[in-house]
Design a protein around this ligand. Structure first.
Ligand code: ADP
Ligand code: ASP
Ligand code: MG
Length: 489
C-alpha cells in the first residue's frame, strides 16, 4: 500500500536563517519516515521584498543597488548553507547551484539599470530568485539529516497562464507535469523540495495582469502573486492527489484576528474553507487569498501550524469547518485600500451609472473589494486597492466627462486614508443580531462608519472606517463577540 502523501509548505520566517531551516528540515525528516512528503519553500524572510525594491531602483537607473543586494544575498545564503551542510562535496555542489542564480540576478539587475526599464516579465524573474536560492539549501539540510532529497524549480511543474505577477494555474497540464516528475521521485523514497511562488507558461508568451501586455518569450517564468507559496502548495497537492497540506508559518494557526493588532487573539482549532477564504480575501495575511481554490473539489484538508512550536496542532481547514452554533468566528482588516465615491443629485435619473462605473474598473483590472450605494441613490462608493486608486479615478473622470460637465455627476473623489474591517463566520447566516451587536459596539467606541456591506452569503459583514479607527474597531469587536475568551472553535 502506498503511504499517505503530505505537502508541507514553509513560509519565509520558517526558513529565515540556518536555525529555522534546520528546525523545518527536522519536521520534514521525521514526517518522511512514515509518509511521502513534498516540501514547498518560500524565500528566506524579507528576501522577496528586497529583490523587488532593488528591481524598482534598477528600473530608475540605479546601477549599484542590485549588485549590492546580490552580494548581500550571497553572504546570507552561503552562511546558511555552511551551517547546515557539513559534507564538503554536497556543499560545493549546492554552492555551484546558488552561484548560477546569483550570476543570473546580477545580469538581470545590470540589464534593467542599463535600459532604465523594469518590465513585468523581468520583475517576475527577479522576484523568483529568493525561492530558487532557498530550495537547494533546504534540500541540502534534508540530506544532512539522512533523507533523500533534491530541489526542483516549480517552472518544471506548475503550468500557468501568462499574467505576470498574478498568474493562474492550468490544472490539467500541471497535473500531468507534476505527476510525471514528482511521482517517480516519491516512489524512490525521495522528498522533493519545490520552489514556491513560481510557475511557467506553456509556450513562453507572457502578459501581465493590470500592467498592459507584453509578449516576451525569452523566459517562461511567471509568479503567483505575493505570498503565493501558499497557493503553490495547494496547486501541487491537488495535482498530486495529496492527502493533506500543512502550511507551516510563524503563528499557531488561523487566529481570531491578526495578533499584531489584537494581542488577545486566539487560535481557531477548525474552520471551513469558506470562512478561511473570506478571511484571506479580507486581508488575513496568514493565507494567500487563492490558497483554498485548488483543494475545494477534492476536499483536501489544510492545516496551518507553527514551525516554531510543532507540538501544537494549529488550525484545520475543512469543507464543513466546525459549527459554533451561530456567530462570529474571526475578524480581519485590509489597510491598503482607497475609497472612491461618485455621485451627485443628477445620477438618480441616469440608469447606466453603475454599469459604466464597473465596466471602467473592469477594464483596468482593478479589484473592487467592497461596494455600497446610498438609498437615495445619489452616491456610489467602492473600494479598490491603493495602487489602483489613481488610475481608476482618472478613468472614471474620462468616462463621466460629459456628465461632470453637465453636473449630472458632481463629484468623483478618492480617500486613501481608510480601511475595511470584516466580521467573518459561516454560521452568522440566520443568526439575527450580529449586525446589531457589531454596529452598537462600534457606536459605543465612537467609531465612525463610512460605508457598510454584507455579502449575500452572509459569511461576512464588512465596513469601512478611517484608518486610525481600524485597530480600535477590531479590539472592541473582538471583546464584544468574546473571541479572546470562549473556545474559538
Ligand atoms: P509566512 O511567511 O509563513 O507565509 P506570513 O507572514 O505570510 O507568513 O503570514 C503569517 C502572519 O499573518 C502572522 O505572523 C500574522 O501576523 C498574520 N496574520 C494576519 N491575520 C491573521 C490571522 N487571522 N491569523 C493568523 N495570522 C494572521
Ligand atoms: N516569497 C514570496 C513573497 O514574499 C512568496 C511567499 O512567501 O509565499 O510574497
Ligand atoms: Mg505568507
Amino acid at each position: 500500500m502506498t503511504k499517505p502523501l503530505q505537502v508541507m509548505k514553509f513560509g519565509g520566517t520558517s526558513v529565515g536563517d540556518a536555525t529555522c531551516i534546520a528546525r523545518a528540515a527536522q519536521i520534514v525528516a521525521s514526517t518522511a519516515k512514515g509518509m511521502r512528503v513534498v516540501v514547498v519553500v518560500s524565500a528566506m524572510s524579507g528576501v522577496t521584498n528586497r529583490l523587488i525594491d532593488s528591481a524598482k531602483r534598477a528600473g530608475e537607473g540605479d546601477t549599484q543597488s542590485g549588485s549590492a543586494l546580490v552580494e548581500a544575498l550571497r553572504q546570507q545564503h552561503r552562511t546558511a548553507l555552511a551551517a547546515l551542510v557539513s559534507d564538503e562535496t554536497d556543499r560545493t555542489a549546492v554552492e555551484r547551484q546558488l552561484e548560477a542564480i546569483f550570476a543570473e540576478g546580477k545580469r538581470l539587475y545590470d540589464g534593467t539599470a542599463m535600459l532604465r526599464e523594469l518590465t513585468p516579465r523581468t520583475l517576475d524573474v527577479i522576484s523568483s530568485l529568493g525561492e530558487r536560492l532557498c530550495a537547494p539549501i533546504f534540500a541540502g539540510a534534508l540530506r544532512q539529516l539522512g533523507a533523500k532529497s533534491r530541489s526542483i524549480e516549480a517552472t518544471e511543474l506548475i503550468v500557468t497562464d501568462s499574467y505576470h505577477g498574478g498568474a493562474e494555474p492550468r490544472a490539467d497540464e500541471t497535473r500531468k507535469k507534476s505527476s510525471e516528475l514528482i511521482g517517480p521521485l516519491l516512489g524512490a523514497g525521495e522528498t522533493p523540495v519545490v520552489t514556491g511562488f513560481i510557475g511557467a507558461t506553456h509556450d513562453g508568451k507572457l502578459t501581465t495582469l493590470g500592467r498592459g501586455g507584453s509578449d516576451y518569450s525569452a523566459t517562461k517564468l511567471t509568479t503567483l502573486g505575493r505570498g503565493g507559496s501558499d497557493y503553490s502548495a495547494t496547486i501541487l497537492a491537488a495535482a498530486l492527489d495529496a492527502d493533506e497540506i500543512i502550511i507551516w508559518t510563524d503563528v499557531e494557526g488561523v487566529l481570531t484576528a491578526d495578533p499584531r493588532l489584537v494581542p488577545e487573539a486566539r487560535t481557531i482549532p477548525e474552520i471551513s474553507y469558506r470562512e478561511a477564504a473570506e478571511l484571506a480575501y479580507f486581508g488575513a495575511k496568514v493565507l494567500h487569498p487563492k490558497t483554498l481554490r485548488p483543494v475545494l473539489p477534492a476536499g483536501i484538508p489544510v492545516w496551518i501550524r507553527n514551525s516554531f512550536s510543532p507540538e501544537k496542532l494549529g488550525t484545520k481547514i475543512t469543507q464543513k469547518g466546525k459549527s459554533i452554533g451561530g456567530g462570529v468566528k474571526a475578524l480581519t482588516a485590509i489597510r491598503d485600500v482607497a475609497l472612491i465615491s461618485l455621485g451627485g443629485p443628477g445620477i438618480v435619473g441616469v440608469p447606466d451609472v453603475i454599469g459604466r462605473t464597473f465596466t471602467t474598473t473592469a477594464e483596468l483590472r482593478a479589484d473592487v473589494l467592497l461596494i455600497s450605494q446610498s438609498s437615495s441613490q445619489n452616491d456610489i462608493c467602492f473600494l479598490v486597492s491603493k495602487p489602483h486608486a489613481h488610475a481608476t479615478v482618472d478613468a472614471l473622470r474620462k468616462e463621466f466627462a460629459q456628465d461632470l460637465a453637465h453636473e449630472v455627476v458632481d463629484h468623483i473623489t478618492v480617500d486613501p486614508n481608510v480601511a475595511i474591517v470584516a466580521v467573518v463566520g459561516e454560521n452568522m447566516r440566520g443568526t439575527p443580531g450580529v449586525a446589531g451587536r457589531t454596529f452598537n459596539a462600534l457606536g459605543q467606541e465612537k467609531v465612525n462608519l463610512i460605508a457598510i456591506a454584507q455579502g449575500s452569503s452572509e459569511t461576512n459583514i464588512s465596513f469601512v472606517v478611517d484608518d486610525k479607527s481600524m485597530q480600535p474597531a477590531l479590539r472592541v469587536l473582538h471583546r464584544e463577540f468574546g473571541l479572546g475568551h470562549s473556545p474559538a472553535n
